[in-house]
Design a protein around this ligand. Structure first.
Ligand SMILES: [Zn+2]
Length: 340
């Protein structure tokens, strides 16, 4: 990455973060930050204690005590290994990493869309909004856009050929048509959106085709931030796939916190929430079909210990046993018979 002549300085954050520390520390930290900026791996620099003392223009002992102070007070991350001391500015490093991944992402767009990334972004965003950041193929949160008919096979960038898609489905589908990949739109995806968009241009006035309750939900969803959106996504998946259980209606604060925590533990791309809920729905015990227990609901299913038990197959129907499916693997096979 090329060296840049300047870095962003946030006076407010700086004063707030450093106000309780001695002037000496503040001075040392700005000097270190300048060095970190010029480091090959921006925001992170490893030097011997000797070199640090030269950077700080103090003797070895003093340099060590300053770096210790910075580490202890979490102003920066200070790691020692033998004679070497690595200092990291979390913010600078994080921004550096995200600028790299942005570049990679743009390169990917270019590769995929063949056009310039900015143009692709301007095409992409309206599609994601139209589909409410929900994957057209699985219903989970989707923040990439897929060409239904791939460009390599003549697919256009017309709205009718583009849908929101999660990373997982996007890479699974790859450069193939729906037919070739054996994938389909998920039940909840309103294919009308695609036909509608081919015939009529203004994308903003799509109200006529959807019912009023859908409209309310749509407006509602837009207001929320992306976390809330993801939480709503999980609630929707539950309501959709677990019709035997009580509907989850309201997203209370506790619910939001709990679901957010689960999403962090099982990021949407990895844990197949759809499969999880399908597993629940197919269990005679959890749904109360065998009459032994009837207290299962959304909140129970969002409990971290319960998730593990369900995934381990604790509540699978006994008679189905090995014959039909065995835990999450089985559901996977059922959902994606072509996957290996
Ligand atoms: Zn998907």
């Amino acid at each position: 990455m090329g060296k840049q002549p300047s870095f962003q300085f946030y006076p407010n954050d700086w004063s707030r973060d450093l106000e309780e520390y001695p002037l000496e520390i503040e001075g040392a930290w700005i000097r270190i930050c300048c060095k970190l900026w010029w480091s090959d791996e921006r925001g992170k620099l490893t030097r011997s204690d000797e070199q640090w003392s030269r950077i700080l223009r103090v003797d070895n002992g003093k340099a060590t005590s300053i770096l210790d102070y910075i580490g202890e007070h979490k102003i920066g991350l200070v790691e020692k290994q033998g004679n070497n001391i690595t200092v990291t500015s979390r913010r600078m490093y994080r921004e550096y990493k995200s600028s790299i991944s942005n570049k990679e992402r743009q390169a990917k767009f270019r590769e995929k869309g063949g056009g310039d990334p900015e143009n692709w972004t301007s095409i992409r965003i309206p599609i994601l909004k139209r589909d409410e950041y929900m994957c057209a193929y699985c219903g989970r949160r989707g923040d990439t856009v897929d060409h239904i008919t791939p460009k390599s096979q003549g697919g256009t960038e017309d709205e009718s050929n583009l849908v929101a898609c999660c990373k997982r489905c996007n890479s699974r589908k790859g450069d193939r048509t729906l037919e070739e990949s054996g994938m389909t739109f998920w039940k909840g995806y309103d294919i009308e959106k695609l036909q509608y968009n081919t015939n009529i241009t203004p994308p903003s006035s799509s109200s006529s085709s959807s019912s009023s309750s859908e409209e309310v939900i749509k407006k509602d969803v837009k207001k929320r931030d992306s976390t809330a959106n993801a939480v709503q996504g999980i609630v929707d998946l539950y309501n959709e796939h677990c019709p035997s259980l009580p509907r989850a209606q309201r997203i209370s604060k506790t619910r939001k916190q709990r679901v957010t925590a689960r999403l962090r533990e099982y990021p949407e791309d990895e844990l197949l929430w759809v499969d999880y809920f399908k597993m629940v729905e197919s269990s005679d015990f959890l749904t109360g079909r065998n009459g032994k227990w009837t207290s299962c609901n959304f909140d129970w299913l969002m409990n971290e210990n319960n998730i593990i038990k369900v995934l381990e197959g604790t509540y699978n129907n006994k008679e189905q046993g090995q014959a039909s499916f065995d835990g999450i693997e089985g559901v996977l096979k059922e959902a994606f018979p072509d996957a290996d």
